[in-house]
Design a protein around this ligand. Structure first.
Ligand SMILES: *[C@@H]1O[C@H](CO)[C@@H](O)[C@H](O)[C@H]1NC(C)=O
Ligand SMILES: *[C@@H]1O[C@H](CO)[C@@H](O)[C@H](O)[C@H]1NC(C)=O
Ligand SMILES: *[C@@H]1O[C@H](CO)[C@@H](O)[C@H](O)[C@H]1NC(C)=O
Length: 244
C-alpha cells in the first residue's frame, strides 16, 4: 500500500504502528488520517497519553456521522413466476368473482360447483430484503387484467378487484411506487394454508366474513374474521369454460 510509506513518514512517537499492519476498514483509515492531520497541526509532544486518546476518539466519533449518512437504496420487487390456484377460507367458503365486479365474495358452494370459483393467478416476486419466511405475491383473476389491490377508503384500507391497463407494469415494482397496492406478504401457516398481508398497509390481512356470501375484505389481527386461506393448486391446462 503506497500510503503506508506516507504514514510512516508522518508517524510520530506515541502512535501505534499496529493499526497500519492490520488492514483497517476504509472508515478507520479515513478517521486515522484525519486524526493525524489534526495531530500534526497541534504540538504532538505536549500531549499526554490520555489526551491523545480522547483527541483520537473525538475525531473518530465526529467523522463517523459523515460516513453513515448514505441514502437508503430504492428497492424493486421483480416478478419471477406465476401459478394458478383456487382459494377457500378454512370454513370451505370459496372465493368467487362475478366478472367486472370490484370485489370478490366468499361463498359455500355445494356439490363441486368448481367452475364458479375464482381461478386466480398468483405471481411471485423477489425482493432484496423480504421479511423472513414470507413470499411477496400479487393475485389476479386468471386470463383477465383484474388484480386484487389495496386502497384507502377514508381511514380504512379496503380490498378491491382492480382493472390494470397494462399487465407488464406489474413485472417490476419499485418499493416506493404506488403499484405496491397490488402486493401482499404471503406467510405459510399450514399445509396449503397461508395468510396474505397487504404490503402497503402492513397489518391488514385478506379475510372473509363469518357469514356466508359476503365480500372478501382487509382486516386487522383482532377482527372477528377468517384470515387463513386454503390454496388449491390448479393445473395449467385445467379447463374452465366459465372463465373469461
Ligand atoms: C371442507 O370440505 C371438506 C371436503 O370437501 C371436508 O372434509 C371438511 O370437513 C370441510 N371443512 C369444513 C370446516 O367444513
Ligand atoms: C373449498 O370449498 C369447497 C366448497 O365451497 C369444497 O368443495 C372444496 O373441497 C374446498 N377445497 C379445499 C382445498 O378445501
Ligand atoms: C395441498 O395441495 C396439493 C396440491 O393442490 C394437494 O395435492 C394436497 O392434497 C393438498 N394437501 C392438503 C392437506 O390439503
Amino acid at each position: 500500500m503506497e500510503s503506508q510509506n506516507k504514514w510512516s513518514m508522518k508517524m510520530s512517537k506515541g502512535l501505534d504502528m499496529e493499526i497500519i499492519h492490520h488492514p483497517p476498514k476504509m472508515r478507520s483509515v479515513v478517521n486515522l488520517i484525519i486524526a493525524m492531520e489534526r495531530l500534526k497541526a497541534a504540538d504532538m509532544f505536549e500531549f499526554r497519553d490520555e489526551e491523545l486518546l480522547s483527541f483520537m476518539r473525538e475525531s473518530i466519533i465526529e467523522e463517523r456521522v459523515v460516513f453513515e449518512t448514505t441514502a437508503a437504496p430504492t428497492q424493486e420487487y421483480i416478478k419471477t413466476e406465476e401459478s394458478l390456484c383456487m382459494v377457500n377460507d378454512t370454513e370451505n367458503k370459496s372465493l368467487y368473482w362475478v366478472p367486472n365486479n370490484m370485489e370478490l365474495n366468499a361463498i359455500i358452494l355445494q356439490g363441486g360447483a368448481d367452475t364458479c370459483r375464482a381461478h386466480m393467478s398468483m405471481s411471485t416476486y423477489v425482493h432484496p430484503a423480504p421479511p423472513v419466511e414470507t413470499q411477496i405475491v400479487a393475485l389476479g383473476i386468471r386470463n383477465t387484467n383484474y388484480f386484487l389491490s389495496c386502497h384507502k377508503d377514508g381511514e380504512v384500507p379496503t380490498l378491491r378487484v382492480e382493472l390494470v391497463e397494462d399487465k407488464d407494469s406489474l413485472q417490476r415494482i419499485s418499493s416506493n411506487s404506488d403499484l405496491n397496492r397490488f402486493l401482499f406478504y404471503k406467510t405459510v401457516t399450514g399445509v396449503n394454508i397461508s395468510t396474505l398481508v397487504s404490503v402497503r398497509y402492513s397489518d391488514f390481512y385478506i379475510s372473509t366474513a363469518l357469514e356466508n356470501n359476503r365480500p372478501v375484505e382487509l382486516c386487522q389481527d383482532s377482527a372477528p374474521r377468517y384470515r387463513s386461506l386454503v390454496f388449491e393448486q390448479l393445473n395449467k391446462n385445467s379447463g374452465c369454460e366459465r372463465q373469461l
